[in-house]
Design a protein around this ligand. Structure first.
Ligand code: TRP
Length: 453
């Protein structure tokens, strides 16, 4: 019975692992979320801890998700049921489904803002505006009664449509071309940014680690951002792992994708922070940071009009290749475990997530006052996913891989049944068994005040 899952999306079994997973990893997390969270947490020291978490823990969680998904050949929840039948481990999968809803709800808000910026760039709305005017335009837009809602619905429609039509493979083919182009524009932006007067202060902010600048839960935020950026901790890469061909090298892939993802976040920082200081923007100003900073850079560079349009289009595409990986977690689960057709599952999931997402979007306008512990609905979803659900999911995923799965199973999956040498296997296994669970647990316990480190 285990191998007869007729509804499994077979086209996916052939798509290139690097393209699909890199498409999932690279997105708003690198370009929007990393700069804003780093800015709120003092810059350099945060960057250092974030990179350490990617290298030490993130890569291993990614590889563990691949191992779980590819060996089980199931969705995020079904994989745990299959590998550890009759145990509560499937709850990790359930948590992943919840996380998918939470993440997409605010992700689609921000992706919607990105789409508005495509149009604003086209119409040259930012031309000859000073930084405070750009800021004002942004704040008016996000609080507008229907424009951000319209874009969010459109973005969710596109995400749902791609998952519905099963055209991911086609999309991946384009992203192989489009993502290097996005990288190219980020580099150009970085060059313009670091040559602005006063830019050095921004580079100093980003690269000089001043540990006194870290706030109370900066370390947890760095961990959460590492997981968010790599798309790990909720089963998206378990789901994608189940589509990866058996001949693919999981370890090298995890390593290369994580490396590329970190580089793109750093480059985004190099593009943003020098400009932030040059234009006198507050680095800790929150989720609006890049939307206020970028139009000013485009306004001050040759060809800025075209680069601006192209950049926001490519960022929308990057957001789409990420959002489909989140929606896919829910759709694969519903169609395989709840016996819904893929189409029905896609409609239901997209509809439900859009409704939840509307709350996030309007929490910048008429819903500003609906707060809990000073957090709006948007803040809550953002923080709940990155600071709680993903680290907790990641913790359980490494414990499962290190302690519940048999080491031979893990070794076989990573070495493709002995075909690959997997020279770093022992290091990986040690991290997954001891280092990662301990590190994540310590960060967590410290944060809820149970430890005094
Ligand atoms: N990593 C993506 C980004 O950086 C967002 C994302 C896609 C994600 N799939 C995920 C985050 C799964 C957490 C879990 O934009």
């Amino acid at each position: 019975m285990s191998n007869t899952i007729p509804k499994r999306d077979h086209f996916s079994s052939k798509f290139g692992v690097i393209a699909a997973v890199a498409g999932s990893a690279v997105g708003l997390g690198n370009i929007w979320r990393f700069p804003y969270v780093a800015g709120e947490n003092g810059g350099g020291a945060f960057l250092l801890i974030y990179l350490a978490f990617i290298a030490l823990i993130g890569v291993s969680v990614m590889l563990s998700e691949f191992v779980i998904g590819r060996s089980a050949q199931r969705n995020a929840l079904g994989s745990f049921k299959k590998l550890a039948p009759g145990t509560p481990w499937f709850l990790v999968g359930s948590m992943g489904i919840v996380a998918a809803f939470v993440i997409l709800s605010f992700y689609s808000t921000v992706a919607g803002w990105t789409m508005e910026y495509v149009v604003s760039s086209l119409l040259n709305r930012f031309q000859e505006k000073d930084p405070s005017q750009v800021n004002q335009m942004f704040e008016q837009f996000i609080a507008h009664s229907w424009r951000p809602v319209f874009w969010q619905i459109l973005f969710m429609f596109l995400t749902g449509w791609i998952v519905w039509a099963g055209v991911k493979k086609g999309i991946e083919r384009y992203t192989k071309l489009l993502m290097p182009l996005l990288l190219f524009i980020i580099i150009i932006l970085g060059i313009r940014s670091v040559t602005l007067p006063g830019a050095m202060e921004g580079l100093h902010f980003l690269f000089y680690p001043d540990f006194s600048q870290l706030t109370g839960n900066s370390i947890l935020q760095a961990l959460g951002q590492a997981f968010f950026s790599l798309s790990v901790g909720m089963g998206a890469l378990i789901t994608y792992g189940s589509y990866i061909r058996k001949s693919e090298n999981l370890g090298t892939s995890a390593f290369q994708i994580s490396f590329a993802d970190a580089i793109i976040a750093i480059l985004a920082g190099v593009a943003i922070f020098p400009a932030v200081f040059a234009f006198g923007i507050e680095p800790g100003s929150g989720p609006g940071l890049v939307f206020v900073t970028l139009p000013n850079i485009f306004g001050q560079m040759p060809g800025g009009y075209f680069f601006g349009i192209l950049f926001f289009i490519l960022l929308t595409v990057a957001a789409l290749t990420s959002s489909i990986s989140v929606l896919e977690v829910v759709v694969a689960y519903m169609s395989e475990e709840l016996n819904l057709s893929r189409h029905k599952a896609t409609l239901l999931a997209t509809g439900a997530i859009t409704l939840l997402g509307l709350l996030c979007t309007i929490s910048w306008g008429m819903g500003k006052e609906w707060t809990l512990m000073e957090m709006t609905v948007f803040d809550m979803m953002d923080s709940l996913s990155a600071n709680i659900l993903l680290p907790l999911g990641g913790l359980l995923i490494v414990i499962f891989t290190g302690w519940t799965l048999k080491s031979q199973v893990v070794k076989q999956e990573i070495s493709n049944n002995g075909a690959l040498k997997a020279p770093l296997f022992q290091i990986y296994y040690f991290i997954v068994k001891f280092i990662a669970p301990l590190a994540i647990a310590i960060v967590f316990l410290d944060n809820i005040g149970l430890l005094n480190v």
